[in-house]
Write a protein that binds this ligand. Structure first.
Ligand code: SF4
Length: 235
């Protein structure tokens, strides 16, 4: 599997666990607010990390880390993801996957083979606004399939939305209806990404994030539809 970065310690990326985060290159979306822009386009890809470096690292850190988060980019684009996760789990780690939900077949395989302990799936927008937020045409049937798979599974999971100012409170409700009954929905505050050294401009990046008051208001409206709502990045 291709790896382009390793964050050696994280206390926030895997709920309840101290974890390392592995970043895979490439993504089939192009969200204007992407914080990992340098790894999503092949033309700007940073160098790949030798896989052995990763295996040596997690072997050495076994006594300190509880989990490994596989993030990106979009990890499900890597065809050998299941084998890779199995090898990590065989070492005794829990594994969390961050995904944009475009590959339900891969998600199903990971769930059926008990390879995944926690999934965080992004819901970018109400379905009719995906193209605007993600900068490309997305097959919404795939997103719906991934949503259904997670809700019907026994797995731990969360759906999460980065609440950019281009989304409205009504959009929050519309998303919550799509994931009705879900165990957990996370509303993430928008933070402007660092684009220094990256050839990318989008005037939407400068829009002010919603205030804490608005974020709490959105939370109160969506909590009728899901079991738990969490605000992230809100002071
Ligand atoms: S899906 Fe995630 S990694 Fe891909 S462009 Fe959007 S924010 Fe970036």
């Amino acid at each position: 599997m291709k790896i382009t970065g390793i964050q050696k310690n994280s206390f926030i990326d895997y709920p309840g666990k101290i974890a390392a985060v592995v970043f895979t290159p490439g993504c089939n979306m192009d969200c204007f607010y992407c914080h990992n822009r340098q790894i999503i386009c092949t033309s700007q890809q940073s160098e790949l990390i030798d896989e052995q470096v990763f295996w040596d690292f997690i072997k050495k850190r076994k006594s300190l880390l509880e989990g490994i988060v596989i993030s990106g980019g979009e990890p499900t684009l890597q065809s050998d993801l299941p084998a890779y996760i199995k090898a990590i789990k065989d070492m005794g780690y829990s594994v969390k996957l961050d995904t944009n939900g475009t590959n339900p077949d891969m998600l199903q395989k990971l769930i059926e083979e008990n390879l995944i302990d926690y999934v965080a799936m992004d819901i970018k927008a109400p379905f009719e606004k995906y193209q605007k937020i993600c900068g490309c045409i997305i097959e919404m049937r795939a997103i719906q399939e991934s949503i259904d798979l997670l809700i019907q599974s026994e797995n731990d999971y969360e759906f999460r939305t980065t609440f950019v100012p281009q989304l409205t409170e009504e959009d929050g409700v519309s998303i919550a209806k799509k994931i009705k009954g879900a165990k957990k929905y996370v509303l993430q505050q928008y933070r402007k990404p660092i684009t220094k050294g990256i050839d990318f401009q989008d005037e939407r990046l400068d829009d002010a994030p919603y205030t804490t008051h608005v974020m709490y208001n959105i939370k109160s409206q969506v909590e009728h539809f899901v079991q738990t709502v969490e605000l992230r990045g809100v002071s």
